[in-house]
Design a protein around this ligand. Structure first.
Ligand SMILES: [Zn+2]
Length: 393
């Protein structure tokens, strides 16, 4: 009996003391939360580095923003690796390049089977993260990569790819891009078929990069939630790649999620013009090449653009928080996620320079009054829900 009372007193004392200590140390709390979340960054371009620079993701790299140690340190345990193919790869060339990127991903999976594993379902993501490994979710970035052939789309799905951005910087034969002249009034009939087939085979429709009309057409055609894997809010930075408040409301109605893009121009109006110029330069290049010559040209451009060494920026961690706040205000807490675009943006925010810094964002959200449950949704819970709903368990 006496022992019971002593235990009860000790417990009460702990109840009083522990929260005080925890509140005192937001940084520690953020690190703990980040080690517990299933952190999903819904867009990284790191495979470009693996394919063209042959970087070893098993090491903590001195440049760029992503590798296995930094994903683990930042608690971003389930990144979406984009197999991005520039739109100047046409038809079967785009398919060939997609296979090269898929092969590059396989080289990472084969080299570090005890540290990273392919995840093709939401349950896979949970199991792999529980086993203290990185869960790699694969996506393709640009509908041109299916070469107007639904069989190619289905084969990508069979290769483990679970999402596709409908366009990139330029229109394709069936969908308009946000950074090109309108051509199809959104989606063509075939474009709608692509969306239906993605719904049917369990691939997430990604509406980042598409024109506003394509966005609404995709939402009308899709029977499943969609994602905007790496876009931010147009109300805060008027970039065509960002989402208007009306689009955010429509996304909420659809049950979808927007992953906040960390690029300078995506976050800050001051840098939007520079970002748009970069987009037009990349989207506008049309080398008349094929095969190895085209690959060599792409590598030259990749090295020239120096993605691994971001340019100075004024955008910072507070801007990222402001974009999260905006989505929460307009669409609600269930519709926001993280889509940094790391290794594919020219500038990274001050205070969030790479994946290892993500606990700083969690700490900032705690300071803003977000609950742990909210933060877990933002950091990956929302995107995992969409994956579960679209891809299946
Ligand atoms: Zn992109």
């Amino acid at each position: 009996m006496i022992r019971g009372i002593v235990l009860k007193r000790t417990f009460l004392a702990l109840m009083l003391v522990v929260p005080l200590f925890a509140a005192d140390d937001i940084t520690e709390r953020a690190r703990r939360i980040q080690s517990e979340v299933i952190g999903i960054d819904s867009h990284i371009d790191t495979l470009q580095r693996v394919l063209m620079e042959h970087v070893d993701l098993g090491q903590k790299l001195p440049d760029g923003e992503v590798d296995l140690p930094r994903l683990r340190e930042g608690g971003m345990h389930a990144p979406f690796f984009a197999l991005w193919v520039p739109t100047f790869y046409k038809g079967s060339e785009a398919v060939r390049r997609t296979l090269d990127l898929r092969d590059a991903m396989q080289s990472v999976l084969d080299r570090y089977p005890d540290r990273i594993e392919l995840a093709t379902t939401a349950a896979d993501v949970e199991r792999i993260v529980r086993a203290h490994k990185i869960a790699a979710v694969l996506t393709i970035e640009g509908g041109h990569q299916i070469a107007d052939d639904l069989a190619v789309l289905r084969m990508y799905q069979r290769m483990g790819i679970r999402s596709m951005t409908l366009t990139h910087f330029r229109n394709n034969d069936w969908a308009d891009s946000s950074t090109d002249k309108p051509q199809h009034n959104g989606l063509t009939e075939f474009g709608k078929e692509v969306v239906h087939e993605m719904n049917r085979i369990g691939m997430i429709v990604d509406v980042s990069h598409v024109s506003d009309k394509t966005f609404y057409a995709a939402l009308a055609a899709s029977t499943k939630p969609v994602i905007a894997s790496h876009s931010s809010c147009r109300a805060l930075s008027s970039l065509p790649r960002n989402m208007t408040d009306d689009m955010l409301r429509a996304l909420a109605k659809n049950g979808g999620v927007v992953g906040i893009n960390f690029g300078g121009g995506f976050l800050s109006q001051k840098e939007a013009d520079v970002t748009l110029r970069d987009i037009n330069r990349i989207g506008g290049s049309e080398p008349n090449l094929t095969g190895k010559e085209l690959d060599d040209y792409t590598t030259k451009m990749h090295i020239h653009d120096n993605w691994a060494h971001p340019k100075p920026t004024t955008a910072n961690l507070d801007d990222v928080v402001a974009h999260v706040d905006r989505v929460v205000k307009i669409a609600g807490i269930d519709h926001v996620g993280i889509g940094s675009d790391f290794d594919g943006i020219a500038e990274v925010p001050i205070g969030l320079e790479d994946e290892s810094k993500m606990p700083a964002l969690t700490a900032a959200l705690l300071k803003k009054g977000y609950s742990e449950a909210d933060i877990k949704k933002i950091m990956g819970g929302n995107t995992l829900r969409v994956m579960r709903e679209v891809v299946g368990k």
